[in-house]
Write a protein that binds this ligand. Structure first.
Ligand code: C2E
Ligand code: CA
Ligand code: CA
Ligand code: CA
Length: 281
């Protein structure tokens, strides 16, 4: 028993060492990645459920790592947050997304101009010059504030409600669209929701993916949609994967859908080709 205990201990220590080294390596690599511009944005279409047409895109970051290939955001955003490297990264992400959207708007003019949605992390949200930085990005790229949507998760929004409201109001003054992401997963923000100057609620994928005719999750999605509509907000359902989910969401008068049923996140060239083909769902 003693021997196996010791063996377990050694395995544990060895495992810890590996973990620490990876974390440090990751931080070093991330710093270099910013200098070498190794980040890429993929774009997932956002579909208007009323028209069935592409209304815009959500920009999702990936890391084109020299050895590891394409690294998904969940594998590096947490360390980028801890090290505050998310601040320069986030600045690049917003700038790149706005620059690309401006190109698409000129290439594909439509009555309701295409919009781009960008995710903000908690650190970015408490960054002092966030509003000025976004204002500058809009100026540099020539994109209208109306065409940029910022997504903040429910848990970030709820960390400090009063300063969230103050900051959202300053962003709103730039005519930005604001969205509460992953709604339903944080602890209840129901009593504050009416005070957030947000245009959109994004229903978390976990509810949408378990939607079935009589399921409790369908009830939850329906309730969130009714709540949002009462507060004059639009609803985006994320993680739409089946025709059945799409049909239910249309019945519930959900405004927008996003998910693999329509398209995975795409590289720029593929997103451009999709826009060219002018699909209708
Ligand atoms: P999120 O904001 O909730 O983004 C949606 C995630 O769900 C994306 O994963 C997307 O690829 C995935 N997804 C979309 N449709 C479906 C579907 O139908 N089924 C399934 N199973 N998944 C779907 P991704 O790109 O790996 O991003 C994960 C998370 O990383 C994002 O969750 C967001 O929190 C964060 N993230 C991504 N890009 C950025 C960024 O530029 N900045 C910051 N701060 N966070 C980001
Ligand atoms: Ca999001
Ligand atoms: Ca989400
Ligand atoms: Ca999510």
């Amino acid at each position: 028993a003693k021997a196996s205990g010791k063996a377990r201990h050694e395995v544990f220590v060895a495992g810890m060492r590996v973990q620490v080294m990876t974390r440090l390596q990751l931080e070093t690599d991330l710093r270099r990645a910013i200098e070498r511009q190794e980040f890429r944005l993929h774009y997932q279409p956002l579909i208007s459920l009323q028209t069935g047409k592409i209304a815009g895109f959500e920009a999702l970051v990936r890391w084109q790592h020299p050895d590891r290939g394409l690294v998904p955001p969940n594998d590096f955003i947490p360390v980028a947050e801890e090290t505050e490297l998310i601040i320069p990264m986030g600045k690049w992400i917003t700038h790149e997304a706005c620059r690309q959207l401006k190109i698409w708007q000129e290439q594909f003019p439509q009555e309701q101009p295409l919009l781009v949605s960008v995710n903000l992390s908690g650190k970015q949200f408490s960054q002092l010059n966030l509003v000025e930085q976004i204002e500058q990005t809009l100026q540099e790229t020539g994109l209208s504030g109306h065409s940029l949507k910022l997504e903040i998760t429910e848990s970030i929004a709820m960390t400090d409600v009063e300063s969230t409201i103050a900051l959202l109001q300053r962003l709103k003054a730039l005519h930005l669209q604001l969205s509460i992401d992953d709604f339903g997963t944080g602890y209840s923000s129901l009593s504050y929701l009416h005070r957030f100057p947000t245009n959109t609620i994004k229903v978390d994928r976990s509810f949408v993916s378990r939607m079935g005719d009589e399921s409790e999750d369908s009830q939850i999605v329906q309730t969130i949609i009714l709540l949002g509509h009462n507060l004059s907000m639009d609803i985006v359902a994320e993680g739409v994967e089946t025709a059945e989910q799409l049909a239910s969401l249309r019945t519930l008068k959900c405004e927008y859908g996003q998910g693999f049923f329509f398209s995975k996140p795409l590289v720029v060239e593929a997103a451009t080709a999709l826009l060219k083909s002018d699909p209708q769902w």
